[in-house]
Design a protein around this ligand. Structure first.
Ligand code: S3P
Length: 167
């Protein structure tokens, strides 16, 4: 059995909420790559994007992932764009039990609307941007040991399904 679980998926698919719940159930530590980057840099994700640009953010994301996966008994919620790098995809695939979360663009739109910390979605026409990014990233999330649609399920139900597959 792999000693870490990772959650991959587009923004707003429920990675952090479900990840936190799995960690609590299993007595694992919960880690979120975005929070890890924010703590390391002392800046928010939005600040990193504006002052350093997306390329530097992606480099940081890769560095942090390499650190995180050396740990044991962790549930790792990843940033939605972590899968853009083949190195990241391979690292996650080989060292963690990968949970891929999906949702329709409409669900993603409503879930991400409430929070303004997603620099890639901007404020103008976020639904259009979501659809564009989903199209650009087509197939990149498809390496989960388990794939679940989170639109119509409750966090507790999804947690149970994931733990059942993991054990
Ligand atoms: C991103 C997703 C975000 C965050 C950053 C970029 C992306 O994480 O890493 O804004 O490229 O999809 P969440 O998926 O946790 O929102």
């Amino acid at each position: 059995m792999k000693s870490n679980i990772s959650l991959i998926g587009f923004m707003g698919t429920g990675k952090s909420a479900i990840g936190r719940n799995i960690a609590r159930e299993l007595g694992y530590k919960f880690l979120d790559t975005d929070r890890y980057i924010e703590e390391f840099m002392g800046m928010t994700i939005a600040e990193i994007f504006t002052t350093m640009g997306e390329k530097s953010f992606r480099e940081l994301e890769n560095q942090m992932l390499k650190k995180i996966i050396t740990k044991k008994n962790c549930v790792i919620a990843t940033g939605g764009g972590i899968v853009l790098s083949k190195e990241n995809r391979d690292l996650l695939k080989h060292t963690t039990f990968v949970v891929c979360l999906k949702a329709t663009s409409k669900t993603i739109y409503y879930r991400t609307k409430r929070k303004s910390n997603r620099p890639l979605l901007g404020t103008q026409k976020p639904l259009k941007k979501i659809n564009e990014l989903l199209k650009q990233r087509k197939g990149l999330y498809d390496f989960g040991d388990i794939t679940l649609y989170t639109d119509n399920f409750k966090i507790n139900e999804l947690t149970k399904m994931i733990i059942h597959q993991y054990n």
